[in-house]
Structure formats: structure tokens, C-alpha cells
Design a protein around this ligand. Structure first.
Ligand code: SAM
Length: 272
């Protein structure tokens, strides 16, 4: 076990609003004012936020396509003694946004402070009326259908509210795939949270969607509800896990955990 280092100059991960400019903490503003340089996903977006709060700071861009190179640049800037702020276009950096690489790169040498604030995940979860605990944040699904279905299958029997980020153009197709994999379940679409056209839709997977497809969306799906687990179901789960590359022994252990069924019972069914 290792305690993280404390250093004089630090990297600050600063949460910014997800739409409504009022949703930023005093501490985030103080920190944006105090750092020497701010690394931003899209400097134009962040410049607008800084202008709104009359903050004047040098901005550097840090995005998915230059993340490795910029992580090194941040490390060098820390070595020179600078204090660095990192923000994304909206919400909490790293959460379906760039930032992870630099955190991983510098964590043993420089102190990292996360300044909490808005995130679409928790905002959507709290309003959804789906069970808040446990919840699983999945974020964006893959653009390829076979990969998407694979991920959905991985979470099919997880008894936890599932949270996805999605774009309007893909929403209908993905909800349909979810119905095919999960069957009928409660679901919620949280659209344009904190903004003028904020709308929350309650529906069941399988139902026809009647959603304004413009804007930003969080999609939440009720977790798996444990029913009586049949031998057929146990067999299906073990076969699925073997297909995922697990040995028979590991598939039995994993299926027993995933389904909450005694290991010997799973073994018996497999032998049969
Ligand atoms: N880092 C951000 C966070 O903490 O939530 C998420 C950034 S991710 C690139 C953008 C996605 O988050 C959008 O496509 C949408 O799924 C979700 N999102 C962000 N803002 C939102 C909002 N105001 N309403 C609904 N969904 C939002």
C-alpha cells in the first residue's frame, strides 16, 4: 500500500457545468483563477466559460487525439513548478472525456486534486427514479453493432441500474438492441439536463420511442431482476462465459457468482 505524494504544485481536475453555466462550484472558479495554465478539450468552449467568469488564463488543448503527447507536456510543466488545471467541454473530466492518461502518468510524482461538480451521470441517475444503488456507469457504447451487443450481453444479468451516454442519432437503434438483449425493462432518457429543454422520458424497453432526438442524452436502464434461476438459464450463462474465453472451471465459478447460485448446483447442471 502506498500513500499518494503531496506536492507544492499540483494538477487540478476541475468539473465544469453540463449546460447551465450556474452549475460550477466556488472552489472550481477559485481554482481556475489560481492555476498557471488550463488544459482544455476544446479551448473555444472553455474560453467562453472563462469569459463568463472574467477569468483570463493561458489555454492549451488536451483532447483524445493528442492525449499522450499532452500528458507529457503537463508532466514537464509540473516539473517546472507550474500549477495546472484540466477541464473538459462539460462536466467532470475523465468521465467519457480525456484526462485519464495524464492522471495515470503523474500520479506517483505529483499531487492530483479533483474539484467535484456536475456530471451528467449522477444528475440523470438522481432524477431517474431507478434504484440509485448499485449503479453501473457504462458511458458510450461502441459504434460497431457486434461489439455493442457483446457489451450489452456482459451486463445482461447485472442487478444494477445501467447508465449510458448516447447521441440522438443513435438512440433509437440502441434502445431497440437493448430490448433484444435485455427484454422488457424500465428505462429513462434524460435529455438536455440543466438546459432550457430538459426533458425526462419514462418508458419500457420495447415501447415505441417518442423522443425529441435533438440534444444530449443519458439513457438509464433498470438492472437485472433476479427471477427463479432455471437449469436452462444456468446452462446459457456457462456457455456464454465459455464463448467469452473462460475455461469450463472458471465459467462455472463466474456463473455461480453472476447468478447468485451455489457453485455445486452450477457444476451439476453442466455435468448433466
Ligand atoms: N464529462 C461529462 C460528464 O461528466 O458527464 C460527459 C462528457 S461526454 C463527452 C458527453 C455525453 O454526456 C453526451 O453525449 C451525453 O450523453 C452526456 N451529457 C453531457 N451533458 C448532458 C446534458 N446536459 N444532458 C444530458 N446528457 C448529457
Amino acid at each position: 500500500m502506498k500513500t499518494r505524494v503531496k506536492t507544492k504544485n499540483k494538477l487540478y481536475l476541475i468539473a465544469t457545468p453540463i449546460g447551465n453555466l450556474g452549475d460550477i462550484t466556488f472552489r472550481a472558479i477559485e481554482t481556475l483563477k489560481s492555476v498557471d495554465v488550463i488544459y482544455a478539450e476544446d479551448t473555444r468552449v472553455t474560453q467562453k466559460l472563462l469569459n463568463h467568469y472574467s477569468i483570463n488564463k493561458p489555454l492549451r488543448s488536451y483532447h483524445d487525439h493528442n492525449e499522450e503527447e499532452m500528458a507529457l507536456e503537463i508532466k514537464n510543466a509540473l516539473l517546472e513548478g507550474l500549477n495546472i488545471g484540466l477541464v473538459s467541454d462539460a462536466g467532470t473530466p475523465l468521465i467519457s472525456d480525456p484526462g485519464y492518461k495524464v492522471v495515470d502518468l503523474i500520479k506517483d510524482e505529483y499531487e492530483i486534486i479533483s474539484i467535484p461538480g456536475a456530471s451528467a451521470t449522477l444528475t440523470a441517475l438522481t432524477v431517474s427514479a431507478l434504484p440509485p444503488q448499485p449503479h453501473t456507469f457504462i458511458g458510450f457504447l461502441d459504434t460497431k453493432e457486434n461489439k455493442r451487443r457483446e457489451i450489452l450481453n456482459t451486463f445482461k444479468y447485472v442487478p444494477s441500474t445501467l447508465i449510458f451516454y448516447e447521441r440522438g442519432t443513435r438512440l433509437e437503434g440502441i434502445v431497440k438492441e437493448m430490448y433484444e438483449v435485455f427484454g422488457k425493462r424500465r428505462a429513462v432518457i434524460a435529455r438536455e439536463l440543466t438546459k432550457l429543454y430538459e426533458t425526462i422520458y419514462d418508458f419500457n424497453l420495447g415501447e415505441k420511442l417518442d423522443v425529441e432526438l435533438k440534444g444530449e442524452f443519458v439513457l438509464l436502464v433498470e438492472g437485472y431482476k433476479r427471477k427463479e434461476i432455471t437449469d436452462e438459464r444456468i446452462k446459457e450463462e456457462v456457455l456464454f462465459l465459455i464463448k467469452q474465453g473462460l475455461t469450463r472451471k472458471d465459467a462455472i465459478i463466474s456463473a455461480s457468482k453472476r447468478l447468485g447460485v451455489n457453485k455445486n448446483k452450477v457444476y451439476e447442471v453442466v455435468i448433466k
